[in-house]
Design a protein around this ligand. Sequence first.
Ligand code: ZN
Length: 189
Amino acid sequence: MYGGDSNAQRGIIRQMRRLFAILSAMSLVLCMTTSVMWMRSCFVFDSVCWMRPHRASSIDSHHGRLWFVMMWSVNGGLPRGIQIIHEPPIFDYQNYPFTWEYAGITMQRFRGMLAPSATPSHFTSTAYSVPYWEVSLLLLILPTTAALRRMLRQRAVIAGQCAHCGYDLRATPDRCPECGTAPEAKVDG
Ligand SMILES: [Zn+2]
């Protein structure tokens, strides 16, 4: 009755469940990390910047938001390499109007002039930002779903139902006649 096919199917389902568990655990860790970064971003400016003579890309964290910034220098002359910066930028994106904003996600495009030396450098910049609370909330979906599923499964087992499909197992406690799942409690104990 339970042939190779359904065994293979159950194997795939088990693997999918394991993958789902791993992903939701990772998501929970990321959610906690972004929550800490969110609090930190209210007081501290953090930036990881990748620079080349004519171009700079950075991921910034400040004002409760995560920013993705691209900058093109017309004159060039930017130092090469990756820098981690904790000083607030000369051009605080917060003070510039948004080119567009949708569901808290913003985009800004502006031109400016930097004058660190005798020769001023013109630049154009595009900045995207997303509020940390949105990222945290998004990362909370998977762990919450996993916790709810676990709770519902436990409740079903207590009520004498199949943890997988909810079929009443009082007459056949060893294996579900509907989907073939053996109750986990029997396997564990
Ligand atoms: Zn079942």
